[in-house]
Design a binder for this molecule. Structure first.
Ligand SMILES: Cc1cc2nc3c(=O)[nH]c(=O)nc-3n(C[C@H](O)[C@H](O)[C@H](O)COP(=O)(O)OP(=O)(O)OC[C@H]3O[C@@H](n4cnc5c(N)ncnc54)[C@H](O)[C@@H]3O)c2cc1C
Length: 378
């Protein structure tokens, strides 16, 4: 297959790189940034505002919702360049990738009018309230429940590992509204400053995130804040997750880390042994494989196809690339990687997170075996 960028896309990438070099220099800590810190959340609002002014924050969205109807390839260029620099959009990458599209697919006109404009202007932070202590991989066993009381739901329960909950304006919250497993789940759009929500910080081993526990007691949520049908949230969230899984082109950052770590070795007089070179080759090939499998998903989107299990394949390939680059960094720097607080050190931690967030590596493999290979459930 012949693959190449057209002249418009090349020009766009060049303009974007020029803007990023100017804007990020001295203001952004790049790939070692702690995405969930308050400073970076503030920077995310400034930076996303600047992208929005240029029509670069939600370029793939319809004009009526603040986009310019650009092709998914345009978004892919943006995501590659931003992700490889440590994602200066911060938490707002989720708004652009899947929260906004989910609102457009299932929201009422009132919900779209309220929530989409602030997203497309880069002003608002959302968090994702899915996981609970007994509902991670087995998300459908979630217990946070919402009971109807007139025109409001009363919500009680707790969420775990909620990134950015301490900074967020809104939460895309999964709740139980019925008895069935998948059939008893609904999505509620929550304002985080309402009485009944307590956010407790959790320190995380990965270092890149601020994790939180969100305790919810007698939170009142208008029925008008439900996204999609009551007890129909599983379909809504499955679709949203399929966008989230390939929203972050992790191979782009991994590939940059690999190049920079090799550069570090050369500058520090480390002649790489054959074993090191072999691990660098493996990592480099893993990044390239992930890039092409990711492009296959973008191509499906560009053709207007619904999400397919190729998204799970791309996610698995991205995790493999992250891990292979982490191993290559360890091979290049040896024990020094532990002291070196730079990209390689971060890479090892990020590769751990990559195989857990947005559905674990093993769960992606399960989905591929069931949905793509049609193997029986074990
Ligand atoms: C960086 C990061 C950010 C996150 N942000 C958020 C967030 O914003 N909001 C949110 O709701 N959650 C978030 N999470 C949580 C994440 O979604 C969960 O950690 C993940 O779904 C796994 O759930 P768990 O931790 O309960 O592990 P478990 O589900 O208990 O899994 C433990 C292990 O068992 C394996 N396993 C489980 N079931 C199976 C199976 N059927 N077949 C094979 N293996 C299996 C898993 O692969 C894993 O290795 C985040 C996690 C990370 C690392």
């Amino acid at each position: 297959m012949e693959f190449g960028w057209n002249a418009d896309d090349l020009e766009f990438r060049a303009d974007l790189n020029e803007f990023l070099s100017e804007e990020l220099s001295g203001r952004w800590h790049g790939s070692t940034a702690v995405l969930g810190s308050p400073e970076n959340a503030d920077y995310s609002r400034r930076f996303c505002g600047l992208l929005a002014d240029r029509g670069w924050l939600t370029p793939h969205w319809p004009k009526e919702h603040g986009g310019v109807e650009a092709s998914p390839w345009r978004l892919s260029i943006l995501s590659e360049e931003l992700w490889s620099r440590g994602e200066p959009r911060g938490p707002q990458y989720m708004n652009v990738n899947w929260i906004g599209p989910s609102l457009m697919a299932y929201g009422t006109s009132e919900q779209m009018a309220r929530y989409l404009p602030p997203i497309s202007r880069g002003e608002v932070i959302w968090c994702q309230g899915f996981s609970e202590s007994e509902a991670g991989s087995d998300l459908a066993s979630l217990r946070t429940n919402a009971v109807l009381d007139g025109s409001e739901y009363i919500v009680n329960g707790s969420k775990l590992w909620t990134s950015y909950a301490d900074l967020a304006d809104h939460c895309y919250l999964l709740v139980r509204t019925g008895d069935g497993r998948q059939e008893g789940i609904s999505v509620l759009l929550i304002d985080m400053d309402r009485p009944g929500i307590e956010v407790r910080k959790i320190s995380g081993v990965v270092g890149e995130h601020s994790f939180n526990e969100v305790l919810i007691s007698d939170l009142r949520v208008p029925v008008a804040n439900r996204l999609g049908p009551e007890n129909g949230g599983w379909k809504v969230v499955r679709e949203a997750l399929s966008y989230e899984r390939v929203g972050a082109p992790r191979w782009a950052r991994a590939s940059r880390v690999l190049n920079e770590t090799m550069q570090w070795a050369l500058e520090n007089g480390r002649a790489p042994s054959p074993d090191v070179l072999e691990s660098v080759d493996i990592a480099s090939e893993a990044c390239e494989a992930a890039r092409l499998l990711y492009y296959r998903v973008i191509d499906e989107r560009a053709q207007g196809k619904p999400p397919t299990p190729n998204g799970n394949v791309a996610r698995v390939a991205m995790v493999q690339a992250e891990r292979a680059v982490a191993e290559a960094c360890l091979a290049i720097q040896g024990a020094e990687v532990m002291r070196y607080q730079g990209l390689a050190n971060q890479q090892i931690r990020k590769s751990l997170a990559a195989g857990v967030a947005a559905g674990t590596y093993e769960i992606q493999l399960n989905l591929i075996s069931r949905l793509l290979l049609r193997l029986p459930k074990g």
